[in-house]
Write a new protein. Structure first.
Length: 341
């Protein structure tokens, strides 16, 4: 087990020392906003569904009459320093400038401020009247105080081998889950465990060979990723029935491609093949040629929202009539929103 520091190897020790120094420095210099801050993050590398949950939280805030603002790092966005990706009327930066996830959030939430920047406190100063902030990928961002820390755990991947990066997928030791106010488990229908709540976390810890965090009192909610519709490159929404029973070719460049495959499979589509790229991959014409060549026998080519926004311009010279993206929302117990808001 590596539930304690003594169980770590030398590489994990060095990583953990760096992490503790970062945490200590961040907490000493931590700043606080006047408005409430809700953080969404994870304890593992790769996709756990943070972006759909951030979108869902912003939508719920709007429903409650609040003015949310999303603060995001903007990974791989070339624009330096804090800047608006959306001022409340759709994206004003493209993927190259802002990164893929901020632009995706701005497209799904055109009426919501989205501000990117490595220093989330400085980014928040650009807000034009938000009364609540949603911090994207914030569990390891110690420089900004948050009122609620939400951590997502993907049951499909769990905690991997239970080791710290770079030996395993953990960004922090499992014991740090005790810092979370809320844990959201996703895709638990793939784990073969009918027990809700902390029992599920225990199962994932056992599978990873790590000790269950002692003294954890965190509220645990379950969520599922639900496909809602399809969208063309022109922005036209189509029903999921379009691909039911059809041969489709899938591709994606996300943190958890297997989760995308399973979600696509749940629509009834016949997945004839799938091509995966690294997370946040920047596509080029060679990639597209490979995709279209491998999908020549398929009736449809399906990708994610995060991927399609990066290839629309590149695909202008390609026959994009059969290229669609799958829209996915997150379903979560209503008690979750009551707890958060």
């Amino acid at each position: 087990m590596c539930g304690t520091i003594k169980d770590m190897n030398i590489i994990e020790h060095l990583y953990n020392i760096g992490l503790m120094l970062k945490r200590d420095r961040g907490l000493k210099l931590q700043r606080r906003l006047c408005q409430r801050v809700i953080s969404v993050g994870n304890i593992t590398l790769g996709g756990t569904g943070k972006t759909p949950l951030v979108i869902a939280l912003a939508q719920e805030a709007l429903r409650l009459g609040l003015r949310p603002c999303i603060l995001t790092r903007g990974y791989r966005g070339k624009t330096k320093g804090p800047c608006h990706v959306c001022r409340g009327n759709g994206p004003i930066l493209d993927v190259v400038e802002a990164g893929d996830e901020p632009v995706l959030m701005a497209m799904r939430l055109p009426q919501v401020e989205v501000i990117k920047g490595p220093d989330r406190y400085e980014a928040a100063q650009l807000s034009q009247g938000a009364d609540i902030f949603i911090l994207d990928d914030g569990f390891q961002h110690f420089g900004l105080y948050r009122d609620i820390d939400i951590v997502l755990v993907d049951c499909l991947r769990g905690f991997g081998n239970g080791r710290l990066f770079p030996v395993g997928p953990l960004r922090e030791p499992i014991a740090q889950l005790t810092r979370a106010n809320i844990i959201v488990t996703t895709r638990n229908d793939n784990i073969g465990n009918d027990n809700p709540g902390n029992n599920l976390i225990t199962t994932l810890c056992n599978r990873a060979g790590v000790a269950y965090p002692s003294g954890i009192t965190t509220a645990v909610y379950n969520a599922q990723h639900r496909p809602t519709s399809l969208r063309t490159t022109d922005g036209l929404d189509l029903p999921l029935s379009m691909i039911a029973g059809q041969r489709v070719f899938a591709f994606c460049g996300i943190g958890n491609p297997n989760a995308f495959r399973l979600t696509l499979q749940s629509t009834g589509a016949d997945i004839a093949g799938m091509l995966t790229f690294p997370d946040h991959h920047r596509y080029n014409t060679s990639d597209l040629k490979k995709i279209f060549k491998k999908s020549s026998d398929a009736q449809w080519i399906i990708t994610t929202e995060k991927d399609i926004i990066k290839i629309v311009k590149l695909a202008q010279d390609q026959p994009t009539g059969k290229l669609l993206c799958l829209l996915i929302d997150i379903d979560i117990d209503r008690g979750f929103y009551k707890r958060v808001f």
